[in-house]
Design a protein around this ligand. Structure first.
Ligand code: FAD
Length: 370
């Protein structure tokens, strides 16, 4: 069977990797959108402390976090070791001990069916400072040893390279769908025609533009995220845990002394990739109130990406209603680094006609179509 995957963010790259690994013929097409969400994202894999009550979302996030260990092993077997993933643990900090009690309770409850959460422990303010030296003096924390950080750019590149090693053909350029009489047959890229048994659309925040010629109004919206990279010199940051503060921001460290802080969640900004005064103000203000010792860090860069959201704030996956030969997945929102690799695995299984481990009725594509 031949497959075309349109969109090589984390979702499409994972789908193409798993399809290629199964021996299928795969074309992976991407037009290198500069606002690709995956490329801008560096984030946390730690879904277990969330207060979000949506069970369908939690199922994907939990399975997603768990699947990483298998995925990283598969990538390493294919010689991809620079995956940007590391299980450094996370500390969820607070000044209110009662809030931390609740959080700890929640973590133990979640551990019952998610042993991958690892060790759960309580940290005093001095232990927090030991693990994360720039932090202010007054935060205690709950520590989760199974949490990880991942650099979206590095992981995506590993997935694409591994897909290629397994036979996938990578094509750069803008894809348009080829269809006739309700059947999608292939894609056209820069004048070239590619035909396949199934077309898989993982085009993130830009999916509507691709599907519109079919007469489909696909309801995906984009949420802008600005995220800042700082550099701390002469410090080995490679094992620093991810910091989850009481606000909606986070701080994490990459290998090379880079500290990533952010992010903004800005709706209704279209696809405008500017870095804004207000965005930077929010990011710096929140980060420095948590970690004042980052004050003298060099500012290296700000990345901007567009998170794809569907109306239910829940991913969708499945055939495009009313058409043959086309599957769609989208709506990874703010947790796509966590969910993307696993959803890509499931999407590949769906495309291959294998049974999937998720209840597809919970993530019906109909919900994202007007
Ligand atoms: P994208 O990564 O946006 O990929 C879509 C791709 O489709 C693009 O590469 C584009 O070029 C391509 N495309 C579109 N149309 C066409 C076409 N017609 N032809 C060819 N190619 C096309 N998630 C977490 O779990 N934890 C985090 O801590 C976290 N932090 C984040 C921080 C920031 C700043 C941002 C922006 C996101 C963050 N996320 C996080 C969310 C996560 O990054 C996204 O949910 C995820 O990357 C979405 O992946 P995607 O593959 O669906 O879309």
């Amino acid at each position: 069977q031949t497959f075309i995957v349109i969109g090589a963010g984390i979702l499409g790259a994972s789908t193409a990797f798993h399809l290629a690994k199964s021996g299928a013929k795969v074309y992976l097409i991407d037009r290198n959108e500069p606002g690709q969400a995956t490329d801008a994202a560096a984030g946390i894999i730690c879904p277990w402390l969330t207060q979000r009550r949506n069970k369908a979302w939690y199922k994907l996030a939990k399975e997603g976090a768990k699947y990483y260990s298998t995925l990283i092993r598969l990538l390493e077997e294919d010689g991809e070791t620079n995956t940007g993933y590391k299980k450094v643990g996370a500390i969820s900090i607070h000044t209110d001990e009662m809030k931390l009690d609740k959080m700890e309770e929640r973590a133990y409850k979640r551990k019952e069916d998610a042993p991958e959460i690892g060790e759960i422990s309580r940290l005093s303010a001095s232990s927090v400072k030991e693990l994360f030296p720039p932090s202010a003096d007054h935060f205690s924390a709950v520590h989760i040893s199974g949490a990880a950080r991942v650099n979206g750019r590095a992981l995506r590149q590993s997935l694409v390279k591994a897909a290629q090693k397994n036979g996938a053909v990578i094509i750069q350029g803008n894809a348009e769908l080829l269809f006739h009489d309700g059947k999608v047959q292939g894609a056209k890229v820069e004048g070239e025609t590619y035909l396949a048994d199934q077309i898989i659309v993982t085009a993130g925040a830009w999916a509507n533009e691709l599907l519109q010629p079919l007469g489909v109004n696909f309801l995906v919206s984009s949420q802008r995220g600005q995220i800042v990279h700082l550099r701390l010199t002469n410090t080995d940051t490679s094992n620093w845990p991810v910091i989850m503060p009481p606000n909606n921001q986070y701080i994490l460290a990459l290998e090379d002394g880079r500290i990533v802080i952010g992010t903004t969640h800005e709706d209704d900004k279209g696809f405008n990739r500017i870095v804004t005064a207000g965005g930077l103000h929010e990011i710096f203000d929140k980060a420095l109130s948590i970690a004042p010792d980052l004050y003298d860090c060099e500012v290296v860069e700000t990345r901007v990406g567009f998170r794809p959201f569907t109306p239910g704030f829940l991913p969708v996956i499945g055939p495009l209603p009313g058409f043959e030969g086309i599957l769609v997945a989208n709506g990874l929102g703010a947790s796509g680094l966590t969910i993307g690799p696993y959803l890509g695995l499931e999407l590949a299984k769906l495309a291959l006609g294998k049974s999937v481990d998720i209840d597809l009725s919970l993530y019906d594509v109909d919900g994202a179509i007007e």
